[in-house]
Design a protein around this ligand. Structure first.
Ligand code: ADP
Ligand code: MG
Length: 235
């Protein structure tokens, strides 16, 4: 059986502020296989973002282990942690954080300049269907287009994994579907493994597996039978 690219075991996260403890995650197990799209569902406050942040090296688990290709992130120094995040992970968030004074092309180029094996900005923007918007500034683009620029920026360094935290959260349902379709195309063409948090119903068409969070735990894990699994994957 194929080994997972990401393997989280017993991941627990406790946030402390003064005397108050919040259990954001209470022992989560999640394997992510190469080439799959996993979607994380569940109510607000159920721990989805916390898990994604821990997998992406933005936050540390209180207990448990998180392995990326066998290496346990929880043992990483700050420096290894930063390098891991930079070299392997592409992030997409609800808000696009584009630089307003730079064009779409320049926003993507900013990242490709510091990567070891980058895509050309044109290629990354073409992948998300924005070939004819390259010279536009963020303010001249719709929300969905801005998010697709942010996705182009994230894929331009060819990350192995994309972690997307409510990439459709600021968009209406139809526009959100275009964003999810762009992610699906990247998954198919670049074989990028993805974990996506979204409430957009269109995700049913593109997710291979669906994990439902409740109170800091995964309450349900299901294979999406509307979608064939990637060829090499056996879970
Ligand atoms: P979701 O993404 O599913 O909405 P989160 O992972 O953001 O949920 O949050 C899980 C729980 O952890 C919530 O109770 C939230 O308030 C708490 N939490 C998240 N981040 C922090 C933080 N930085 N400090 C304190 N509590 C936090
Ligand atoms: Mg969240």
């Amino acid at each position: 059986m194929q080994s997972p690219i990401f393997s989280a075991h017993g991941v627990t996260k406790v946030y402390r502020s003064g005397e108050v403890e919040v259990f954001a995650l209470r022992g989560v197990d999640l394997d992510l296989y190469e080439g799959e799209i996993a979607v994380l569902l569940g109510p607000s406050g159920s721990g989805k973002s916390t898990l994604l942040n821990i997998m992406g090296g933005l936050d540390r688990a209180t207990a448990g282990e998180v392995r990326f290709r066998g290496q346990d992130l929880t043992t990483f120094s700050e420096r290894q942690f930063t390098r891991f995040r930079r070299d392997h992970i592409g992030f997409v968030f609800q808000f696009y954080n584009l630089i307003p004074s730079l064009t779409a092309w320049e926003n993507v180029a900013l990242v490709t300049e510091i990567s070891s094996n980058p895509m050309k900005p044109d290629e990354a923007l073409e992948m998300v269907g924005l070939k004819d918007r390259m010279a536009h500034f963020p303010a001249q683009l719709s929300g969905g287009e801005q998010q697709r620029v942010a996705i182009a920026r994230a894929i331009a360094k060819r990350p192995e994994v994309m972690l997307c935290d409510e990439p459709t959260g600021a968009l209406d349902s139809k526009t959100g579907i275009l964003v999810l379709e762009a992610l699906s195309r990247i998954n198919e063409e670049m074989k990028t493994t993805m974990a996506i948090i979204t409430h957009n119903a269109g995700i049913r068409q593109i997710a291979h597996r669906v994990f439902t969070f409740k109170d800091g735990r995964i309450a349900d894990a299901a294979v999406n039978d509307q979608r064939a699994r990637p060829a090499e994957v056996s879970w």
